[in-house]
Design a protein around this ligand. Structure first.
Ligand SMILES: [Zn+2]
Length: 336
């Protein structure tokens, strides 16, 4: 949090800079630097830190910090997305407006509801009920800005019985479709389609169907039920196998303006439209990689490469090195 705050603690009047400040590399810390630059260019979060709104909310006690000692940062992989998740989780615990015991932002996710008396409600009403339950324990600026809700629907192929889970998310990890030809291109839309594609769960993975009262072949489909103000999309370039970690260098074409997510939305979830404001890039290989950030600041795009910050052309934003994309909801163009 301290890194995001520009102000001098002792002064009442604060000098707020341009935000065009690099971060020194302290030895393989480029993955942290790139993510911090993306977050510090997230307007809602930056304002919250600079205005120290967390003090007004009365959160952030020393006791919570002690509990955090058990949460070890996943820094061994030096993966920017893992660091982002860790940092979001950490910030959330620090500034949670509700007191709580379980130190995990995702802890209340995954309440399957078919046995519940909420069953008679419509899907969007159920999701609202689950969201309210979530907010009873997890309510922070991080939730206000970044947390959305996924709808995971299982459907029995025999009797058609449906069961729905509503999970919260801070970012979506998107698969990249395989292209046989080298230098093959895919679009972000294709990644999103693959993410929300209906998946067959065969007999090995078959869930218990409450209609048939036994394990039955089912389909599973993900849709987005609730869209966050700031949508973080992780392009899942790294895959793990027994031969080690592999990186996909597929060029994923993504829009800088007007990303429509109608195709991923649940029924009655509207037609949200997003604009890009930051990208975390990974260059190089699994073992010898480097992270940089492209962020929009004051209406212009800049490259943040550790301690160096420089202007860049908007037409260079999209590249095969893009790894984590940060989008902001355009409230004026979105249909709720
Ligand atoms: Zn069934």
């Amino acid at each position: 949090m301290g890194l995001l705050i520009v102000a001098d603690k002792k002064q009442e009047t604060r000098t707020i800079g341009t935000g065009l400040v690099g971060l020194r590399n302290l030895g393989n810390t480029c993955f942290m630097n790139a993510i911090l630059q993306c977050l510090s260019n997230t307007q809602g979060l930056r304002d919250y830190c600079i205005r120290r709104e967390y003090q007004l909310e009365g959160s952030g006690s020393g006791k919570k910090r002690c509990e955090l000692m058990d949460v070890s940062p996943p820094l061994s992989q030096q993966d920017a997305q893992e660091f982002l998740r860790f940092l979001m989780d950490w910030l959330h615990i620090e500034i949670n407006r509700k007191t709580r015991k379980t130190p995990n932002i995702m802890s209340l996710s995954g309440n399957r509801m078919s046995a519940d008396n909420l069953e008679r409600l419509r899907d969007d009403e159920k999701s609202m009920q689950m969201w309210k339950r979530y907010l009873e324990r997890d309510d922070s600026k991080i939730v206000d800005l970044f947390v959305g809700q996924l709808n995971s629907t299982l459907r029995c192929t025999t009797c058609g019985h449906r069961s729905i889970t509503f999970d919260v998310f801070c970012d979506l990890s998107l698969p990249i479709p395989k292209r046989l030809a080298m230098g093959g291109r895919v679009t972000l839309s294709e990644c999103l389609n693959l993410f929300t594609a209906e998946e067959e769960l065969d007999s090995d993975n078959a869930p218990m169907c409450e209609g048939c009262n036994q394990k039955k072949r089912s389909t599973k489909k993900l849709t987005i039920q609730r869209f966050p103000k700031f949508l973080v999309l992780h392009l899942n370039r790294f895959s793990f196998s027994r031969y080690g970690i592999r990186k996909s260098t597929t060029y994923v074409e993504f829009p800088v303006f007007g990303l429509s997510l109608r195709q991923c939305a649940s029924d009655k979830a509207g037609n949200p439209v997003y604009d890009l404001y930051a990208v975390c890039n990974h260059t190089g290989t699994v073992n010898g990689g480097h992270y940089t950030a492209y962020c929009k600041s004051g209406g212009r795009w800049h490259v943040y490469n550790d301690s160096r910050v420089s202007l860049m052309q908007e037409n260079s934003i999209v590249s095969s090195e893009a790894y984590v994309l940060f989008y902001q909801l355009d409230e004026t163009r979105s249909i709720r």
